[in-house]
Design a protein around this ligand. Sequence first.
Ligand code: NDP
Length: 478
Amino acid sequence: MTFDYDLFVIGGGSGGVRAARVASATGAKVALAEEYRMGGTCVIRGCVPKKLMVFASGYSEMFDDARAYGWDVTEGPFNWPRFRVHMHKELDRLEGIYRKLLDGSNVEIFDARASLKDPHTVILSTGQEVSAKHILVATGGRPVVPEMPGSELGITSNEIFLLDEMPKSILIIGGGYIASEFAGILNGLGVEVTQFYRGAQILRGFDDEARGLVAEGMRAKGVDLHLGTNIVEMRAATKDDLKGLTEGVPMEDGHPAVVPHKSAGHGIWVKATNGTEKVYDQVMFATGRAPNTDGMGLEDAGVTVGRRAEIVVDEYSQTNIPSVYAIGDVTNRVQLTPVAIREGMAFVETVFKGNPTAVDHELIPSAVFTQPELGTVGLTEEQARDIEPVEIYCTSFKPMNHAFAGRDDRVLMKLVVSKATRKILGCHIVADHAGEMIQLVGIAVKMGATKEDFDRTVAVHPTMAEELVTMKEPVRSA
Ligand code: NDP
């Protein structure tokens, strides 16, 4: 049987684009369909613009620091429209690069929505039908908003990068990566931030000590974090809700200003599980993401979809239909860009290079760009001690640069060590640039480094990270 293409990729995000390019380089005839903008969540409405906003928000503290270091600086307000234009120019540039890379790799691009008709046929929103020997679904995920009265008034991480103006106040719902990162970003940009998390501590699944320090640091910087709290209902605020409201920037005549909200007119009234009622300029839901499998024709092709709407795949990213593969967030394995890229590379290795390659999901280092930042690899103390006896090496201190500037921020360096093998099972860092540090620690941990290997390494002085190789005594055994 002959096909129009050897490979048809659905989705132009990090995973799909990489798989298409690398497959094409093997001599395969490849096409890719993207319904929105090339680059996917990471480039267009995720990692990249988020990190630019982290950088932007970091300047608010730097003004004070600069003064402590002897600079005469005058602090002005943050100009969101100016930054937003610059940020979107950068995203356009990156999108252009993605397109050029695909063109340069001879991948045919369809700017259209694609869905499956059967195991070898793709239907495009243009009406065109094409056949392919292999189909790779890399359609990513999307934010989910809980159903409740008024939740349609809220925004998600999709809209945050497109706002016409910065809200004066925002309520963020959730305690995961996105909620906690945006709480810090918006707080740094001068927005009055309230965060509700339904559980006992934000960043569930991360090391307890590390998440505790992140939460403490966020509060110290001004985030009004409420734990064990959720939203009950919300609606457009009425004039009555706003009576007696004293928040906002005082007007010139000294009266408190009422913050207008574009869509609702007067802000959003929110009732919380703790009984409080308050009006916010914006409400942002960061309550998790769901795989993009709706309307994909997966049932028509016979592809198994799991309970969380994810495409079910084996370790080679193959679905139950041999010609259909899936990678990235749509499979709901590990929702991280570098993981999707690796899954794409392993797929090409397996299918187009005859070298079956399973994706290694063990010991993935990652960072949460909260303020303070968290970097982590391997097991948390809580996970490790359930598996085997461990020693915990941990230190928390005021780093030199912050101490000099009079800031109270503390840093955490923590190693979880196996008593039996002496291997580093986990490393958790809360500090400026923790993401950069954990990338390097990740190599050592992946190589199976022991505590003694760390001890044999000479410290780089004066740095924060030197503590990782100078912790002599465990703080506890567990
Ligand atoms: P997460 O799964 O990390 O967090 C979702 C949060 O929403 C949790 O705190 C969850 O609470 C809460 N939640 C879920 N449902 C409700 C509800 N009905 N009411 C109130 N709260 C609710 O998802 P995110 O959307 O933050 O991020 C998605 C993924 O994207 C992450 O898991 C990560 O893999 C990736 N990502 C990675 C980043 C990075 O590498 N720096 C940055 C951003 C995203 P509970 O804990 O109780 O379930």
